[in-house]
Write a protein that binds this ligand. Structure first.
Ligand SMILES: [Zn+2]
Length: 472
């Protein structure tokens, strides 16, 4: 039998404007590609996947994930971002060996696949030696999902925070050696733009780095043709952290940038951002927890920027895009209602719909990753990155057949993700990851977890240093 799969008789949310929702339809997959979508395709020479009772959506896209932190789940659960800075670089980042980077990225990416996320923008900002980068990339590749590997220029914190210890790194004795490594790594490891894992560059955060170094990092990324992703405007400070504005004034703001947060971006910065065509990842859960401002979803849309969604640090959040959709949607609605309340009126309409939220978590994410021509909707010719959600699960009973989007966004959870395809390959089937030894993966993560936690305990413990004052 040729490499053809037919998902038959499913409710399909294509998010393709020309195709819309299909109450009962088929998806034909040829190799890695969606060949046809429609009602009763009449195909008989394909491996059959029964879709009855299932809702099929495009694979979710998580546009911001520090996947490497997966061995430290929950550590940051009650932290602010100040706690994170106080503790992370001192106690935790240095605990990681290359093996821990590999394991964190491997199991973290599997966790995303298990929850229906087929594309992640991995923000790998613990590249303290070249081997850390090679290992982290290997972990992503082994997991089998689609990803942008965001090669990080790990910050030298002493530039921005005199309070924090200087970081001497013999592996990267000067900045030129870091740029040279990025160029070599890109050429040797990630030369193709068509592979499942492709390159992104994570420059240092602008306000804690030497400006000339940041400029060199941007220039190198553009010579490599890599997407650029970086945290921006997530710190409230009248004097500093005008990241978008500073890039604009330097002529560096462009449509190949995926900013993260932008919670404290001024209106002028959002206007500049919209004009440039750059994208933004909203990490609503982390922003609300860690004191990083109000999720910018509504303000972005007001200024003509389509948001995408990110989980951010797995050391507090879960790789659950259902939760991220709900959080971003409901806080966006709440913030939009405030204007009505100030005028002593009740709102007439919700500001955003569940379909908006599903688009943030799929096609908008694909666009932010520069891959909207390849994934993000269920469209013939695109890669078959598909998620089948069990509409017959007990928690889904009673869902409205005419509006599957509502059921997906407001009722479903990762436990309802029955089947996942990445580029036509089945990586989850009948609720179980099908392409890996799950028990072996678990053992690897547990061993890494023990190493990292033991190291941290021996070096001051998993607690922020409360008296360390920070200048923001
Ligand atoms: Zn982040």
């Amino acid at each position: 039998m040729p490499d053809r799969k037919l998902i038959r008789g499913a409710t399909i949310v294509t998010l393709d404007p020309a195709l819309g929702d299909i109450a009962s339809g088929d998806i034909l997959v040829q190799g890695s590609v969606i060949e046809a979508v429609g009602t009763d395709l009449g195909v008989t020479d394909a491996e059959l996947i029964d879709g009855s009772g299932f809702i099929v959506v495009p694979g979710f896209v998580n546009t911001h994930l520090h996947t490497w932190q997966h061995a430290l789940r929950g550590v940051c659960a009650d932290w602010t971002v100040k706690d994170y800075v106080r503790c992370w670089r001192i106690h935790l980042g240095p605990a990681y060996r290359p093996l821990d980077m590999l394991t964190g990225n491997y199991v973290g990416a599997l966790d995303s696949l298990n929850a229906g996320t087929t594309l992640i923008v991995d923000y790998c900002h613990n590249v303290v030696t070249p081997d850390h980068a090679y290992a982290a990339l290997e972990g992503l590749r082994e997991a089998g999902g689609r990803a942008l590997f965001g090669l990080g220029y790990t910050p030298v914190l002493s530039h921005g925070f005199a309070e924090l210890p200087s970081v001497e790194n013999p592996h990267f004795p000067d900045h030129a050696s870091r740029v040279a490594f990025a160029n070599r790594f890109a050429a040797e490891e990630l030369p193709s733009r068509d592979a499942l894992v492709t390159l992104a560059i994570v420059p240092q955060e602008i306000e804690i780095a030497e400006w000339d170094d940041v400029v060199a990092e941007f220039r190198s990324a553009r010579e490599l043709g890599a997407r650029i992703t970086l945290h921006a405007n997530q710190v409230l400070s009248p004097q500093r952290w005008h990241d978008v504005d500073r890039l604009h004034r330097a002529g560096l703001l462009d449509d190949d940038i995926l900013f993260v947060h932008c919670t404290f971006s001024s209106d002028d910065e959002l206007r500049l951002l919209a004009e440039s065509g750059a994208s933004v990842s909203v990490a609503a859960e982390t922003e609300m927890q860690m004191g990083m401002g109000f999720p910018a979803t509504g303000r972005l849309l007001e200024h003509g920027v389509s948001p995408s969604l990110g989980v951010d640090i797995t050391s507090n959040s879960s790789a659950d895009m259902f939760a991220q959709m709900r959080l971003a949607l409901q806080v966006g609605r709440m913030l939009a209602d405030e204007a009505h309340y100030r005028e002593l009126r009740m709102p007439e309409d919700v500001a955003f719909t569940t379909r908006d939220a599903l688009e943030w978590a799929t096609i908008n994410g694909a666009r932010a990753a520069g891959l909207d021509g390849i994934v993000g909707t269920i469209t013939p010719g695109k890669q078959a990155d598909l998620v089948m959600i069990d509409g017959d699960a007990f928690n889904m009973l009673g869902w409205n057949r005419r509006s599957p989007t509502e059921a997906v966004v407001l009722h479903a959870h990762p436990g309802n993700v029955d089947t996942v395809l990445v580029g036509g390959r089945v990586v989850k089937r009948h609720g179980v990851l099908a392409h890996v030894d799950v028990l072996a993966a678990r053992r690897r993560l547990e061993a890494s977890h023990k190493w990292v936690n033991d190291w941290a305990e021996a070096n001051g413990g998993l607690i922020p240093q409360p008296r360390l004052e920070l200048s923001f």
